[in-house]
Design a protein around this ligand. Sequence first.
Ligand code: KIV
Length: 299
Amino acid sequence: MSTIAQPTQRSGVMPMMKRLSPRDISARKGGEPVVCITAYTAPMARFMDPHVDLLLVGDTLGMVVYGMETTLGVTLEMSIAHGLAVMRGSQKACVIVDMPFGSYQGSPTDAFNACARVMKETGCAGVKLEGGREMAETIRFLTQRGIPVMAHVGLLPQSVNTVGGFRVQGRSKEGARAIVADAKAVTAAGAFSVVVEGVVESLARTITKAVSVPTIGIGASVACDGQVIVGEDMLGMFGGFTPKFVKRYAEVGTIVSDAVGAYAADVRARRFPGPEHVYGALENKNGAKRASKKSLKKK
Ligand code: KIV
């Protein structure tokens, strides 16, 4: 799927691979499912990049990396620092940075300034922001000015305080109609894809049929055009509560705990460092000791 970049770039810098773009993602509507996962650091991005279409620097960052209770405390500076790390760690995936709470809701101009800063300082391909009809004007303002936007409807974690918790959305007819209207509005405003979070399968199916861009589901069933998952959730690294919609593909947290436990036992028993981890010493002409080249190489 990745193509080699053409040597026509004005910058003269020749990237190894051309990244997937928001347009490439948009073109996948109804085709091969879009694979998306959250990433917040360069090493994780490096492991994930070969396998996915889209790396989302989600504002779940606040909970997963910084131990916050909600996503509301994430700042623009945090999103930029982690967005840059994910860009450095990846070469193929389309990288999208989630706009933190308070950085885009005030006005379309505020949103433009914050999003432009994120794109300039990270080099990411676009941004994600939460909200339906109430954000359509802002999404139109941004997309008309060169900022690709991934929209996000259904369960909106940044609205946890007004909604009163993290609840499955659209279970009533009225609620379902409102979310369909949200998805249509953000698509008409120019969003290149729409995250659909925490809705029942029938509603996810209806939304996916109703909009012309890919729906990316999280807790929204296989009826969507693609899926996104929080990396640390599926890897068993988050520790706390695992929502019903998460499939655990590994227990990395257990591996880390076991490895650190083994290290601690070795240190306490003076088994680590062993002879193979210790630099040798040679005497130079003056009698002073120095590490041999060979032992340095061996590390
Ligand atoms: O912040 C995030 O990780 C997200 C996904 C859950 C879609 O918004």
